[in-house]
Design a binder for this molecule. Structure first.
Ligand code: ADE
Ligand code: ZN
Length: 324
């Protein structure tokens, strides 16, 4: 099974670049930028990765973002992730970045975009990894801030492939972001949103019906609503599921409780992704290994999950045909 997982072509559709900041790189960038972190070394930092909910993780995630200052920092972050992808046979990535987490600290949007994009282009050229870049908005800052951020990035939107919605979910339902998504749609951008990670199934309905998303990030709480399950199975509207993340953030008590294979067998277009792998204990291959070890996933199911990712991706038909 190890060789099978290693060799299986993979696509990653739910990945926060800032969540790939490994402890060693965080410490290195802090030193390079003359910053002092509250953790002396990588072991102390890793020991702090004990989360009891999404918010407890986000508090640390935004602290980590603080070491990202220069274009080179964003390049190094993205490049390290792509090298990891290459080592795990990840052939296509659709990645998020959180511009507001950086512009709010005075880092120009151009600096962030230039570093990330240069690494993604080099990854496509040298590692053969195709990509899409999704600009995500932070729900906890509210819709007005997101609309302002979107307006400020309009000169660069031809280099952005989609719009997402992430950060604290409870208390920030999708219906609070209707104007933001209408504006992004008018600009011609494909739309996705985190929903049904900690929030209820109704947030998933809101994202679909009121925001018009073409993919749901997480979405695992769909199991609580039979009508939603039927809808997702009928339409094949994809869910980008992140098993290790869900267990680390206590969405499920243990991996043995995870419902991703049940959803797969119910005919939903579920895919496997790593979300914030530096914080949650593993990249794509580790997520697949966990499904095998704890849920007894078969080779055929892993293949189907990968094929679902091809279906759910924003690759063109010709590229999809090459992968199937
Ligand atoms: N930002 C980074 N990771 C996230 C997650 N799992 N949920 C919501 N926002 C996030
Ligand atoms: Zn996420």
């Amino acid at each position: 099974m190890d060789d099978f997982i290693a060799g299986l072509p993979k696509l990653e559709l739910h990945l926060h670049l800032e969540g790939t900041l490994e402890p060693a790189l965080m410490l290195h960038l802090a030193e390079r930028n003359g910053l002092t972190l509250p953790w002396a070394d990588a072991a102390t930092l890793t020991a702090a990765y004990q989360f009891d909910c999404l918010q407890s993780f986000l508090d640390l995630y935004y602290q980590g973002c603080n070491v990202l200052r220069q274009e080179q920092d964003f390049f190094d972050l993205t490049w390290a992730y792509l090298e990891r992808c290459a080592s795990e046979q990840v052939v296509h990535v659709e990645v998020f970045f959180d511009p507001q987490a950086h512009t709010s600290r005075g880092i120009p949007f151009e600096t962030v975009l230039a570093g990330i994009e240069a690494a993604l282009q080099q990854g496509e050229r040298d590692l053969g990894i195709s990509f899409r870049l999704i600009m995500s908005f932070l729900r906890h800052l509210g819709e007005d801030a997101a609309l302002t951020a979107l307006a400020r990035t309009e000169p660069w939107l031809d280099r952005i492939h989609g719009i997402g919605l992430d950060s604290s979910e409870l208390g920030y339902p999708p219906e609070q972001f209707i104007r933001l998504f209408a504006r992004a749609k008018a600009l011609g951008l494909p739309l996705v949103a985190h929903a049904g990670e900690e929030g209820p199934a109704d947030y998933i309905w809101q994202a679909i019906r009121q925001l018009g998303v073409r993919r749901i990030d997480h979405g695992v709480r769909c199991s609580e609503d039979p009508d939603l399950l039927h809808f997702l199975a009928d339409t094949r509207l994809p869910l980008t599921v992140c098993p290790l993340s869900n267990v680390r953030l206590r969405v499920f008590p243990t991996m043995a409780d995870h419902t991703v294979l049940t959803l797969l067998e119910q005919g939903l277009c579920v895919t496997i992704n790593s979300d914030d792998p530096a914080y949650f204990g593993g990249y794509m291959a580790a997520n697949m290994h966990a499904l095998v070890a704890e849920l007894g996933a078969s080779r055929e199911q892993l293949c189907r999950l990968s094929l679902n990712a091809v279906e759910a991706s924003w690759l063109n038909l010709e590229a999809k045909a090459r992968l199937t």
